[in-house]
Design a binder for this molecule. Structure first.
Ligand SMILES: Cc1ncc(CN)c(N)n1
Length: 224
């Protein structure tokens, strides 16, 4: 597409959809964690539903890993994604531990419709018809929304209850921030050389991710 600085496509999109992005990273659920006013039943609902989402996300991440292995020349992209797979392994263990701390049952918990819709969308992105460029950009978007949301909870002036600090650290810590930056750099590098068709498909799916993420927070606060 003419007139676009493709080297920083992701940044261009973040500017273009700034309000939607802010809706995802400054959602009232997150602001409630930051100022300590969060309703604990919402937090518990989020915990159980996010555990289910993360199990689907593992499969999505595996699909991105396979695409990176097939479509890149050296090992650097695969190594970045592999670090994400390792982190997700810890994340699953953390969800189980956190759930038992809050007396939340994970076995047999049913996904709510909003969660199911999101997981179905994620599954559609695992198809081999979806390019590596689109997949890695989507992976970055999903991760950076959590990273920016929870990092905000840790910024100056926050009043997070002690028992939620670990949750905020999980996604708000510096090394997760670096992982997101690595994903963003890969996405920008790929988008620079992408066809117009891939660019359009990626932009459309990015918008859908923003919508699903906002809906996910809404669901945590009781929307169905
Ligand atoms: C809904 C959602 N979005 C993103 C993430 C971060 N992996 C997550 N755990 N859950």
């Amino acid at each position: 597409m003419e007139g676009l600085d493709r080297g920083a496509m992701v940044d261009t999109w973040l500017k273009k959809y700034r309000l939607m992005y802010l809706g995802a990273i400054r959602h009232p659920f997150i602001l409630g964690i930051r100022d300590g006013s969060v309703d604990m039943s919402s937090f518990k609902r989020w915990l159980a539903q996010d555990y289910l989402f993360v199990r689907a996300f593992v499969a999505f991440l595996a699909s991105v890993l396979i695409k990176a292995w097939k479509e890149t020349e050296d090992n650097s992209d695969v190594d970045v994604i592999l670090a994400g797979v390792a982190a997700l392994n810890d994340e699953i263990a953390w969800f189980k531990k956190e759930a038992s701390k809050w007396d939340v049952t994970l076995d047999g918990v049913e996904a709510q419709k909003i969660n199911l819709d999101y997981c179905n969308f994620l599954e559609s992105l695992m198809s081999s018809d979806i390019s590596y460029t689109q997949s890695i950009t989507i992976l970055w978007a999903i991760e950076v929304i959590y990273q920016e949301s929870f990092a905000h909870c840790l910024e100056d002036g926050s009043k997070i209850p002690d028992e939620l600090k670990e949750t905020c650290n999980r996604w708000g810590n510096e090394s997760f921030g670096q992982y997101c930056l690595n994903l963003k750099n890969i996405a920008n590098r790929r988008l620079e050389k992408a066809s117009d068709d891939v660019l359009v498909k990626t932009e459309v799916s990015l918008l859908r991710i923003l919508e699903h993420e906002v809906e996910f927070w809404n669901m945590s606060q009781g929307a169905s």
